[in-house]
Design a protein around this ligand. Structure first.
Ligand SMILES: [Zn+2]
Length: 309
């Protein structure tokens, strides 16, 4: 059984409902990282959120959710591609104790400098096109509240989220209010009727308990919440863990550090060792590899070819 994300629409097409419950994907994320439970749970909530948002991006590329903190956690980051393959990692700040009852504010925002960042990065960019990046202060007590704050601040569709994670599962429910005019969105639906549907969708979703979200299979969960409503169900989308790191990407990262910096490391250590933050895969660049990085005559692909030792 693979992990799945399921999408539904209210019959009047004014509200979208999405649910995800990850088991294997979440296990794969955790296999590469060992963190205290409070941190694992925050990461799991961000992982679930990333799939719910990535399921609606209209281009081939990736959605990155980042929380930058000024406390024990320096960075939580999840990258989810439009095919719903994802990877995630945490950067801790040295010398900070992690309180057992730590929450998002105490772990990431004790100094009030926490930031919630969303990056939309199309794989094929037009010349000069940059990835889109939105940044807002970290507000709210939970990942869901921080994300809702972001959606509101960036004037996106009205969205409500419920997120939860434990050692076994990372799960989430999203409801989103769709525009009622134009396109295929039920042009005859009145604003009044659409507002009532949105109200009902939210009231019913708010009865959801954390344990239900974690334990109950998606179809059962949606039926429990919305059994009095008629929902249109779409084909489930598979979700998986995948780290797209390659030697070439690491080479590009080293190029962006600059030749002087890289040569300093070579002078000190005899080589450059880089470990992927997401999957732990090691990459080694010896002195010859490093010199080749900054030699214009040798194209980037050279770092894939064998080198003489
Ligand atoms: Zn990797």
């Amino acid at each position: 059984m693979t992990d799945q994300l399921k999408k539904y629409l209210f019959e009047d097409r004014s509200v979208r409902v999405q649910a995800v419950r990850l088991t294997d994907t979440w296990k794969a994320v955790r296999a590469n990282h060992e963190y205290p439970p409070a941190i694992t749970h925050l990461l799991g909530e961000l992982v679930a959120a990333s799939t719910l948002l990535a399921a609606n991006i209209k281009f081939d590329g990736s959605l990155v959710l980042q929380i930058q903190g000024d406390g024990p956690i320096a960075l939580l980051v999840v990258e989810c591609r439009s095919d719903l393959s994802l990877r995630a990692t945490v950067k801790m700040r040295e010398g900070h104790d992690v309180p057992v009852d730590g929450n998002m504010q105490s772990l990431l925002n004790p100094g009030g400098n926490g930031r919630f960042i969303v990056v939309l990065d199309p794989q094929r960019k037009a010349p000069g096109q940059q990835a889109y990046q939105g940044i807002v202060p970290l507000e709210g007590d939970t990942v869901a509240e921080a994300l809702q704050h972001y959606m509101k601040a960036s004037e996106q569709l009205d969205t409500q989220l419920w997120l939860a994670a434990d050692d076994e599962h990372a799960a989430g429910l999203l409801i989103q209010r769709l525009p009622v005019h134009g396109g295929e969105q039920a042009p005859l639906l009145s604003e009044q009727a659409a507002a009532e549907t949105w109200e009902r969708a939210g009231t019913l979703a708010a009865t959801l308990k954390r344990d239900e979200l974690l334990q109950v299979e998606i179809d059962t969960l949606i039926h429990r919440l919305y059994w009095e409503e008629t929902l249109v169900a779409f084909d489930p989308l598979p979700v998986s863990w995948h780290c797209p790191c390659t030697r070439e990407r690491v080479a590009n990262m080293l190029r962006s550090l600059g030749e002087a910096e890289v040569q300093d490391i070579v002078a000190e250590h005899g080589q450059v060792d880089v470990t992927c933050d997401f999957c732990g895969k090691p990459y080694r660049f010896d002195a010859v590899d490093c010199a080749a990085l900054f030699t214009p005559a040798t194209p980037a692909a050279d770092s894939e070819s064998p080198t003489v030792h």
